[in-house]
Design a protein around this ligand. Sequence first.
Ligand code: EPU
Length: 335
Amino acid sequence: MTIEKDLSLFHRHTFGMDVRAAYWAEYQSEQELTDLLQRFSDRSVLPIGSGSNMLFTKDFDGVLLHSSMCRAKALHETQDEVWIEAESGLIMDELIAQLADMDLRGMENLSHIPGTVGASVVQNVGAYGVEAKDVVKTVYALNRETMKVDELRAEDCWFGYRNSRFKSEWKDRYIVTRVIFCLFKEGHLCLDHGGLQSVFAGVDVDTLKANDVREAVIRIRRNKLPEVGEYGSAGSFFTNPVIMSSEFAKLQTLYPSVPHYDTSAGVKVPAAWLIEQSGCKGMQVGAARVWDKQPLVLVNTGGATSADVMLLAEQVQNRVKEQFGIDLTREVLYI
Ligand code: EPU
């Protein structure tokens, strides 16, 4: 285990805010995590992976707990499936790259999503028609009440769109330490998303391998999203609003070309479209800017303060509300 005091967070999260944490503690095992929680029982603690979905609004006075548990192993194999157990600190994309090289299918659409295995289940990350929940079998998490590791079935984790029980009822109870993913040896490539459909139009899906889809996803992402390291950002700043069909019908009367996707919870309207239509593309506050190619992303063009980002986010929300009467919900966590 390592513990650092009064540490700059500039390189420890992706938004590039110049803030500090009172403590940064890394653990290499579930036992070390337990020890750290006991040692810092009088302080506020916050688990952090790659810090790719957070905005530090000020210095953090507590303990940031970072998993350095980074192993993955095959647990179980059938004729069709391989179950992989991955530890929470492993970078999700490193795992996906290895799986795609073995042509184990199911996670390739999540390629290049920043972040760690642990965060990916808390957040139920998703892209190009696939969500983490589609491949999660079991989650192991340290129960902070009992200090024991509990085995949690995927169906008990209440996965939803960018949501899980770990973000609500279980927020202060559990810290995810390991995840079992179920991958497939054949079939199971998901090409439903419009972007992938156009890349593979006319191609026989049976000839494709996980790496073909991974490469296509990476190309699409590079065209739309800021390169990690070039500009600070936390990916999508807002979630795509899901509205009632009656509300959507009114919107469609006014804007017949509004893109939309039907879901079991209602009609999903791309926030990027709403933001673009409200004239926010390229809008800037200080050094924080609405990304031109994908306006759902707010970027730090260099030296932005959290106040810049928060004001910009508020201005975007206000404009969308004024024009469409729709509330944009933040995906990024304010700390
Ligand atoms: N659009 C515009 N203008 C733009 C860009 C997009 O109007 O400048 C509209 C288009 O209609 C487009 C639609 O928005 O078809 C959807 O855009 P995109 O496919 O880029 O996806 P998204 O819904 O904006 C979501 C995820 C992304 C994920 C992509 C791809 C959320 C909050 N975001 O974005 O995830 O990569 O789908 O599947 O659901 C993230 O969570 O950080 C993230 C980047």
